[in-house]
Design a protein around this ligand. Structure first.
Ligand code: SF4
Length: 253
């Protein structure tokens, strides 16, 4: 996302008490269904988080986790990875797909951090506001608003809800937002997010999207949100229980 677009998004007045209340209700219902999601005591290192999130684009958590481990286990540290050629990084992360594009983004991020700060560290961001961190991180090539917001939520423990494909789809179906673009969904959710719920709301919505409210064949019969969901194409034909899918890469870095 271009910097100007991000500025425009962040400045839009989208506060709504109705959205705030619906988010609270959905969060409550999902906690009743799935519980409060696991969260490691020590938050992941923000550079690890950024690289894991780059690797997770357009693939499943299992494959991106394996690619992440290839880099972590085969090299001493991120400085060694920064010194690799793009084609070597491609070989290491192939399993995550889009390897060329992701390798360039990783190489660019690591070398830019060294050039800019003299070290591969993102701790300097801690003195910035959430919006400043988003602007700073999205300046790096290959890092969009979703990737940057994952650092805010998972590493810096901020009350920011990243919007991936599951969060975008489910919040539109439920009727919390009515948007075409995930970045617009991100803006509306985060302007109206109750305190300290981002992690459970985000994580449980992903689980709902993987297990029940799938892109096709949504299983509305067993959905805990069926009484408040406003989706016009609910599907009550499937009656079988869904398979658990609760491993979340970004909480296991
Ligand atoms: S009721 Fe159906 S469409 Fe609505 S959230 Fe649940 S699974 Fe998705």
């Amino acid at each position: 996302m271009k910097k100007n677009n991000l500025n425009n998004l962040l400045n839009m007045p989208e506060k709504s008490i109705k959205v705030f209340r619906t988010i609270s209700k959905v969060n409550e219902i999902l906690i009743q269904k799935y519980g409060i999601p696991f969260r490691p005591q020590n938050p992941p290192n923000p550079v690890d988080m950024l690289i894991a999130t780059i690797l997770s684009q357009n693939t499943n958590d299992k494959n991106s986790y394996r690619a992440f481990l290839h880099l972590k286990n085969n090299y001493r540290d991120w400085y060694e990875v920064a010194a690799l050629s793009v084609s070597r990084i491609v070989r290491e992360i192939k399993i995550a797909g889009l390897a060329e594009q992701k390798s360039k983004a990783i190489k660019n991020l690591l070398t830019s951090l060294i050039e800019k700060n003299g070290s591969i560290s993102l701790e300097y961001l801690l003195k910035f506001s959430n919006e400043e961190i988003l602007k700073e991180l999205t300046n790096y090539k290959g890092i969009g608003i979703k990737t940057a917001s994952c650092v805010l939520l998972f590493s810096f423990k901020k009350n920011i809800c990243p919007v991936d494909t599951h969060v975008h789809r489910t919040t539109n179906r439920i009727g919390i937002v009515c948007t075409k673009a995930p970045d617009k969904t991100f803006l509306i959710l985060n302007k109206n997010l109750p305190q300290e719920i981002a992690h459970s709301f985000h994580t449980n919505l992903i689980r709902l999207g993987r297990e029940i409210c799938k892109p096709t064949n949504q299983n509305c019969f067993i959905c805990p949100l069926k009484n408040i969901c406003r989706y016009s194409e609910k599907n009550f034909k499937i009656r079988t229980a869904s398979k658990e899918n609760k491993f979340l890469l970004l909480d296991n870095i």
